[in-house]
Design a protein around this ligand. Structure first.
Ligand SMILES: [Zn+2]
Ligand SMILES: [Zn+2]
Length: 234
C-alpha cells in the first residue's frame, strides 16, 4: 500500500512539481515561482506594427519590410532568456501544463488589442502529422485552445501542413521562406471574409505565419492577425 501511495505521489509531483522550473527554488504556485513570473520580460512598444516584434523605434521590421500577408501581430514575450528556456521546456519536455500559463498571457495580450480581439476565428499553426505523432501534441493547438477559451473565440483547424518541413532553427531568412513555401493548405471552405487569428509558439523571421497568412487570404480570408507566445526582438 505504501508503495502505491508513493507511486501516486510521484505522479502528482511529476504533474505539479514543487520546484520552480526556472530557478529550482521551492514554490507553492505550480510551475514557476512568483518571483520568476514577475521577472519575465514583456513585449513593450515600440514594436513592428505588422508582426509585433519589439524594436528600438516604431517602424516596420526588416523581415516585414520585404512584404508580408500578415495584417497585424502581437506576442506575449520576447524570445530572450529565460523565455527561450521556457518555450524549450514547453516544446521538448512535454510541459503541456505550461500551455495554461502562456495561453492566459497571450489571451491578455489579445483582449487588450483593438484589432486582434475582434477576430472571428482562431487557427493554430499545424504540425506535419508525423511530427505531431512523434511529439504527442501540437504546442500551437494547446495554446490556441486556452486562448480560445479565455477570449471566447472559436478555434478551428482550418490549415493542414502538407510538407514535412525542416526544423528552422539553423536556417537563415531566405531558406526559411523556401522551407515553408507550399507547406500549408486550407481545409475548411468557411473562410470567406473571415478575420483569422493565427496562433503559434515562436516567431523568428515570420516566414511560417506569413506563409499561413498567404494561403488563408488566397482562400478568401479578409484579414489575418497573429499572436505568438515568444517573438525574436528586432
Ligand atoms: Zn523561480
Ligand atoms: Zn515585423
Amino acid at each position: 500500500m505504501n508503495h502505491l501511495v508513493h507511486i501516486v505521489k510521484s505522479c502528482i509531483d511529476f504533474i505539479l512539481p514543487h520546484t520552480c522550473i526556472l530557478c529550482n527554488k521551492e514554490t507553492e504556485s505550480g510551475l514557476i515561482c512568483d518571483t520568476c513570473l514577475d521577472a519575465l520580460p514583456q513585449v513593450r512598444s515600440p514594436f513592428c506594427h505588422r508582426c509585433g516584434r519589439p524594436l528600438k523605434r516604431r517602424k516596420t521590421c526588416r523581415f516585414c519590410k520585404n512584404g508580408t500577408y500578415l495584417d497585424q501581430g502581437r506576442a506575449w514575450a520576447p524570445f530572450i532568456p529565460p523565455v527561450d528556456a521556457l518555450t524549450h521546456f514547453y516544446k521538448y519536455r512535454k510541459m503541456t501544463l505550461l500551455s495554461q500559463l502562456i495561453g492566459r498571457g497571450m489571451a491578455n495580450v489579445i483582449v487588450s488589442d483593438f484589432f486582434l480581439k475582434q477576430s472571428d476565428v482562431i487557427v493554430p499553426v499545424p504540425l506535419f502529422w508525423w511530427k505531431r505523432l512523434k511529439r504527442g501534441y501540437n504546442q500551437a493547438k494547446l495554446l490556441a485552445d486556452v486562448v480560445g477559451d479565455e477570449c471566447g473565440i472559436e478555434v478551428k483547424h482550418m490549415l493542414r501542413r502538407v510538407k514535412n518541413t525542416k526544423t528552422q532553427t539553423q536556417l537563415d531568412e531566405e531558406s526559411r521562406k523556401k522551407n515553408v513555401s507550399n507547406a500549408f493548405e486550407v481545409t475548411d471552405g468557411m473562410i470567406k471574409d473571415k478575420t483569422v487569428l493565427l496562433i503559434d509558439d515562436v516567431l523568428t523571421t515570420g516566414a511560417t505565419v506569413n506563409e499561413c497568412a498567404y494561403v488563408l487570404k488566397n482562400a478568401g480570408a479578409k484579414k489575418v492577425y497573429s499572436c505568438v507566445a515568444a517573438i525574436a526582438p528586432g
